[in-house]
Design a protein around this ligand. Structure first.
Ligand code: IVH
Length: 702
C-alpha cells in the first residue's frame, strides 16, 4: 500500500471506529488500538504535508450527533485530551509545557520562569496550595517560580456540559462533535449528583461547567442483569452503559439508571474569576457538586509519578471505572497562554493505563477434559498485548457461552481483562467462519461418547471412568496444595510419569521409587530426594485433606473438613447412612445421597484400600475445641487498649470460653491492662494476679 492509500485507509477506519464508539456505543477495538491508528495517521500526515486535509479525523474532535435530539452549539468548543501511555511521554509533555511557558515569559516577561524540576511545594488534595507565576527572573531555567500541576482520575464515562444561568440549570448537552452537542437537559436533570440550582448565594451570571457522567461498577453489573432479564442486550462496559442511559428519549428511563457525575472542566463563565483549576473545583464543591477524592496538586514530576503509581494500584478498588489519569496545569492564566491545538488543550495530558481490552484472532478452540469428566472449551489466541501482558489464552467458560458469543475458530474477537482474572472474550468483531464452535461428539482424550447428563445442564461430560485425561486432572488435584500437598509433583512431572506408565492409580504415587524420578527431565539427586520426602510426608495428612483430595463431586475443602470432624475415620464414613450424613447441618439430602452413592462404589473402596495399604493416614486428629481456650478463666479489663474497645475484648474472651468480671480478686486469672489503668491494676499487683497488656493478650488468642 502506498502512503496516500494508507492515509486514506486510516482516515476511513478511524471515522468508522468513531461512529461505532460514539454513535453506536458499540466499539470494535480498544482505546489504545484506536489511539495507535490515530498516531500512525498523525505521523504520516506530518511526514507528508502535501496530503494534509482539514477533513482528516486528526484535525477534528471525534464524536457524533444523533438526529433524535435537538442540537446545542457549545459557546466554547468541547475538546478532547491528548493521550500518553508512559511516564516518558508525560515527561516529554512536561518539558514541552515548561519550555512553552518560558518562551512566553521571554516575550511577556510576565510570569517568571518555570523550572523543569522544581522543588516540592504543593500539598495533598485541595487544602494546601501556593501561588505561582509571580516571580520574575531573566535567566531561563533558573526560576524562582514553580509550575503547579494537578492530577486526577480520568473517569470512563461520557463528557457533558451543564449551563447554569443565574444559578439555574438551563441546558445539559453531550459533547457531540465538539462544536455541537445533543440537548439532553431533561435527562441530565434526573441525576442526583447534579444540582438543579447552584447552592451559593450569588451564583455567576453564566456558568458552563463540564464533567463526566458515569455509572459505578456495581450498578453497571446490576443494570446489565436487569436489562438482560427484560430481553435487551448487555452493555459491553460501564462507559457504554452511561452513554446509553443518558441518551434515552424517555427521561424516566434515565432517572432509573444510577448515573453519577464528576466535574472536571468548564466552558464559558461570566461573572466569576478563578486563579487556578483547583479553586474552580473548590467552588464547584460549594455549589453542590461532588469532587473526586483522588486529586492532587503537585509541584514536581516525581509527585505526579508517585500519584500515578498509587492510582495504578488503587484503580481496581475504586467504585467506578477509570481509564487513566489527567494531568493539568493548575494556573488558569497559564492555561490560557499555553493554549490549544485543533483537538485538545496543550495544558493538559491524559496518562492512560494499559488497555484492558484488545482485539485478536481466535486461532483455535481447545477442548479440555476436567477431573469430573466435564469437557470445557478454551480459546487459543493470536498473542496480543493486554493490560501490560501478552495474552494467548482466554476462557470460554462452557459451550453455552460459545453459542451465545457465536464464536468460531478464525474469528476476530474483542478481549477484556478486568482485575487479575483470566481474560475473557467479550464479543466477536469479525466473522471468519460461519456459525459457532460445536461441542465435540467424542472425548478428545479417550474417544468415548460425550453426553449431557441432564438436558437442562450446561456441562458436557465424558463419562468413561477410565478416561486418561480425567485421571491426569485427578492426579493434579490429589497432589495440589490444599489437598495432599505434594510439593514438586506438578503437571510436567505427572505428564512424564504417565507417559512412562508409572502412574495407573492414585496409590501408585506412593509406590514411586527414587530411580523413577532420576529418569525424568531436569531431575538430579537432590530434586528426586526432595520429592520422595514430600510424598512420604503427605501420607500424614489428616482425613479431611484426603477426602478433599479424592475428588468427590460437590465436596470442597469445607465439607471435607466437616465430614472428617464428624466421623473421625474413613471406616465410619464408609458405614455412614444417608441419614447420618443429613444429620450434619451443612449437608442436605441431595449431597447426602450422592455421598452415599460415592462411598458404595467398589472402585472407591478399592482406591481407599490401596491408599491405606500404601501407608496413607485415614484418621482425623482430635483438635482442641477452638471455643474453649479460656474455659474457666476470668479476666478483668482496665484502662484503655490501643486497638480494642472494651466490648470487643470482652467479646473475644467470651468467644473463647472465658468470662469477665468488674473487680479483681484472688480468683481473677488475668488483668488485661491498657493505658491509664488505675486501682484495679494496683490491686492485681498486690494480689499477685497476672497482668497482661494488649500485645500479650493478642499472643494468647492467636
Ligand atoms: S479534562 C479539554 N478531566 O476525557 C478537555 N477530562 O478523552 C478537558 N474525562 O473529553 C477535559 N475524566 O470527557 C478531563 N478528569 C478528567 C476527565 C476527563 C474524563 C473525559 C472528558 C474528555 C475526555 C477526553
Amino acid at each position: 500500500m502506498n502512503t496516500k492509500s494508507r492515509i486514506d485507509h486510516l482516515r476511513k477506519e478511524i471515522s468508522r471506529h468513531n461512529e461505532l464508539y460514539y454513535g453506536k456505543e458499540n466499539p470494535e477495538i480498544s482505546d489504545s488500538e484506536y489511539d495507535n491508528l490515530v498516531k500512525e495517521l498523525e505521523e504520516l500526515e506530518k511526514a507528508h504535508p502535501k496530503f494534509a486535509s482539514k477533513e482528516s479525523p486528526t484535525q477534528k474532535v471525534s464524536g457524533t450527533i444523533s438526529s433524535s435530539f435537538a442540537q446545542v452549539k457549545h459557546a466554547v468548543p468541547m475538546l478532547s485530551l491528548d493521550n500518553t501511555y508512559s511516564e516518558e511521554e508525560v515527561g516529554k509533555w512536561h518539558e514541552r509545557t515548561v519550555k512553552a511557558i518560558n518562551k512566553l515569559q521571554l516575550t511577556n516577561n510576565n510570569y517568571g520562569n518555570v523550572a523543569v524540576n522544581p522543588s516540592p511545594l504543593a500539598g495533598e488534595g485541595l487544602a494546601k496550595q501556593e501561588g505561582e507565576g509571580s516571580a520574575v527572573n531573566s535567566t531561563l531555567h533558573t526560576s524562582l517560580s514553580k509550575l503547579q500541576l494537578t492530577i486526577e482520575p480520568k473517569v470512563d464515562g461520557i463528557g457533558v456540559s451543564l449551563t447554569y444561568i443565574k444559578g439555574e440549570l438551563t441546558v445539559g448537552a453531550t459533547r457531540g462533535d465538539g462544536e455541537t452537542g445533543e440537548d439532553i437537559t431533561e435527562n441530565i436533570k434526573t441525576l442526583r449528583d447534579i444540582p438543579r440550582r447552584l447552592k451559593v448565594l450569588t451564583p455567576p451570571a453564566f456558568f458552563e461547567l463540564r464533567g463526566e457522567v458515569y455509572i459505578d461498577k456495581d450498578d453497571f453489573i446490576k443494570l446489565n442483569e436487569e436489562i438482560t432479564a427484560d430481553g435487551a442486550d448487555k452493555f459491553a462496559n460501564p462507559r457504554n452503559a452511561a452513554a446509553g442511559s443518558l441518551r434515552q428519549k424517555d427521561s424516566h428511563i434515565t432517572s432509573k439508571r444510577k448515573l453519577r457525575f464528576f466535574v472536571h472542566s468548564f466552558g464559558k463563565v461570566e461573572g466569576m474569576h478563578f486563579e487556578r483549576y483547583s479553586d474552580f473545583l473548590q467552588y464547584c464543591q460549594k455549589c453542590g457538586f461532588e469532587l473526586q477524592k483522588d486529586f492532587k496538586v503537585c509541584a514536581t514530576l516525581q509527585e505526579i509519578f508517585d500519584f500515578t503509581d498509587k492510582m495504578t494500584k488503587k484503580r481496581e478498588a475504586l467504585p467506578y471505572e477509570i481509564d487513566g489519569l489527567v494531568i493539568k496545569v493548575n494556573s488558569l492564566k497559564l492555561q490560557k497562554e499555553i493554549g490549544y491545538t485543533n483537538k485538545s488543550p496543550r495544558w493538559a495530558i491524559a496518562y492512560k493505563f494499559a488497555a484492558k481490552q484488545a482485539t485478536t484472532q481466535l486461532e483455535k478452540v481447545r477442548v479440555q477434559v476436567g477431573r469430573t469428566g466435564i469437557v470445557t472449551p478454551s480459546a487459543i489466541l493470536k498473542p496480543v498485548e493486554l493490560a501490560g501482558v501478552t495474552i494467548s489464552h482466554a476462557t470460554l467458560h462452557n459451550f453455552d457461552e460459545v453459542e451465545r458469543l457465536g464464536v468460531n475458530e478464525g474469528d476476530t474477537v474483542l478481549l477484556e481483562r478486568a482485575g487479575d482474572v483470566i481474560p475473557k472474550i467479550v464479543k466477536v468483531v469479525k466473522k471468519e467462519n460461519e456459525g459457532f464452535f460445536k461441542p465435540p461428539k467424542r472425548c478428545p482424550s479417550c474417544d468415548s461418547e460425550i453426553v449431557k447428563e441432564k438436558e437442562d445442564e450446561v456441562a458436557y461430560r465424558c463419562i468413561n471412568p477410565e478416561c486418561p485425561a480425567q485421571f491426569k486432572r485427578h492426579l493434579i488435584h490429589f497432589v495440589s496444595r490444599n489437598a495432599m500437598d505434594i510439593e514438586g509433583l506438578g503437571e510436567a512431572v505427572i505428564d512424564q510419569l504417565l507417559e512412562k506408565k508409572k502412574l495407573k492409580s492414585l496409590a501408585d504415587i506412593y509406590h514411586l521409587k527414587f530411580d523413577d524420578f532420576l529418569e525424568l527431565e531436569l531431575f538430579k539427586e537432590k530434586k528426586a530426594n526432595n520429592l520422595m520426602s514430600a510424598i512420604v510426608e503427605s501420607k500424614k495428612r489428616p482425613l479431611s485433606r484426603l477426602l478433599f483430595a479424592i475428588g468427590i463431586r460437590h465436596v470442597g475443602e469445607k465439607v471435607s473438613e466437616i465430614i472428617a470432624k464428624r466421623f473421625k475415620n474413613i471406616e465410619a464414613v464408609f458405614d455412614a447412612s444417608v441419614d447420618d450424613f443429613t444429620r450434619i447441618n451443612e449437608i442436605g439430602e441431595v449431597l447426602a445421597m450422592s455421598l452415599k452413592e460415592f462411598f458404595d462404589k467398589p472402585e472407591v473402596r478399592h482406591m481407599i484400600d490401596s491408599l491405606k495399604a500404601a501407608g496413607v493416614n485415614m484418621l482425623e486428629p482430635e483438635t482442641q475445641n477452638a471455643g474453649s481456650q479460656f474455659e474457666g478463666k476470668t479476666f478483668v479489663l482496665t484502662g484503655e487498649l490501643p486497638n480494642y474497645t472494651r466490648e470487643q475484648a470482652t467479646e473475644i474472651i467470651k468467644s473463647l470460653g472465658g468470662k469477665t468480671s468488674s473487680s479483681v480478686s484472688k480468683k481473677t486469672d488475668y488483668v488485661l491492662a491498657g493505658a491509664e489503668a488505675g486501682s484495679k491494676l494496683e490491686k492485681a499487683n498486690k494480689l499477685g494476679v497476672k497482668v497482661i497488656d494488649e500485645a500479650e493478650f493478642k499472643e494468647l488468642i492467636k
